[in-house]
Design a protein around this ligand. Sequence first.
Ligand code: 5GP
Ligand code: MG
Ligand code: MG
Length: 190
Amino acid sequence: MSLYKPETVQCNGETFSIYLTEEELEERIAELGKELSEKYEGQNPIFIGVLNGAYIFLSDLMRSVEIPCEVDFLKLSSYGDEKVSSGEVTDLKDIDADIEGRNVILVEDIVDTGLSMNYLLDKLEKKNPESIATVTLLHKTEATHHEVQLDYVGFKIPTLFVLGYGLDYAQEGRNLAQIYILDEEDQENE
Ligand code: 5GP
Ligand code: MG
Ligand code: MG
């Protein structure tokens, strides 16, 4: 399969440069898959992906897990078309699966302020699962001010806007095969 992975990319008139390559993503996701396979052996966990951003990460992560498992999705409102969080979370779609007594692995693309992950954990805990673990591909450590349980983190990143590999900027850029970051000067000039 040939993948879309330019050196730099223009999105909505702004320039983004490569931050995490396909190889770096593959290697880290294989490690996460191995850890999850060992931890959940014999438990038939259910992955819950947060749409839209987590769909590509989740599909690669699940295929790196070598034990029986299931998948479902939910959807939250997100950034809208902006590069900063709206500070509000609303539900757009709930899961269909019954997760009572199940071992849940909640999968996000990125944790920024922590608001969404915090909200999701509260929401899923009310459905009485046996356990919930969280996985996020990216964590903006310095931006997180909501208290949040993060069990598996792919990469810790600075507080800069990123796109690609499922993450969008005003809905564009999700099909990029790698993670791109907004040039720091551009971000500071806003
Ligand atoms: P939080 O609720 O933690 O502030 O933000 C979480 C959500 O905001 C993420 O799931 C993601 O959809 C979006 N988000 C946060 N930072 C970025 C970013 O740098 N790039 C993109 N494309 N989305 C982001
Ligand atoms: Mg997300
Ligand atoms: Mg978005």
